[in-house]
Design a protein around this ligand. Structure first.
Ligand SMILES: [Zn+2]
Length: 216
């Protein structure tokens, strides 16, 4: 079974209909007000783990001098790279993805710029680890992480290149999620389930390959 979090649905949806269509190896990171979720498709199959919770990428250590995380550890990705910290420096009570992107893009406040750079550096630390671990073709960023990418694409790409093992760091693409509707993501996951029900043995190949073929 899939852990039905937004990021694992997002990973499946992007591999079926989105920017990663036809790709077998991807890392998906979704940033929301409640934290950072991860979704992994490895070798064409969603990575689920024994209990279905593989991909808790938000709890990757990025700063051992960082803030305490609700998981009990210190300096997790989702405590260091967070929407609430961005809203705090922007002095905004809330913002959707577009509003955030505009606010970050137009701000010339040094405090905002420093916080954006700090978060991009922490995010690059985590992404470099994922690149080294999984050698993905693409890393997809959704939610407020997509807004961070918009304002700091070059800094993020340079840092990932620098910190990843050379060939992987140079070839990996970092892009914004192309599907933003949760309805599409749920639909994609249902499609993946239908493949499992129709052909349990053949499902080992994964949802992406088969759905991609049937639509080609
Ligand atoms: Zn944590």
């Amino acid at each position: 079974m899939f852990a039905g979090n937004d990021a694992s649905l997002g990973a499946i949806a992007e591999s079926l209909f989105g920017i990663a269509r036809g790709m077998d190896d991807l890392v998906y990171l979704n940033g929301s007000a409640s934290g950072i979720g991860g979704g992994l498709i490895i070798g064409g199959s969603p990575l689920r783990g024994t209990s279905g919770y593989a991909g808790e990428l938000g709890h990757t250590l990025v700063n051992n001098m960082g803030s305490r995380c609700h998981c009990g550890r210190t300096g997790c990705l989702e405590t260091e790279v967070s929407l609430s910290r961005l809203l705090a420096v922007l002095k905004l009570p809330r913002a959707d993805q577009d509003e955030l992107e505009i606010a970050l893009g137009v701000s010339r406040d040094p405090k905002v710029m420093r916080e954006v750079q700090r978060q991009i550096d922490m995010l690059s630390e985590a992404i470099s680890n994922f690149v080294n671990m999984f050698d993905p073709e693409i890393v997809i960023l959704g939610g407020f992480l997509a807004s961070l990418l918009s304002v700091g694409r070059e800094r993020l790409a340079d840092a990932v290149r620098l910190r990843s093992m050379s060939s992987m760091g140079h070839s990996v693409v970092i892009e914004k999620a192309s599907l933003r509707s949760r309805i599409i993501m749920v639909g994609a996951a249902e499609l993946a389930f239908s493949g499992l029900l129709d052909d349990p043995a053949g499902f080992a190949r994964g949802a992406t390959g088969r759905a991609g073929q049937s639509r080609a």
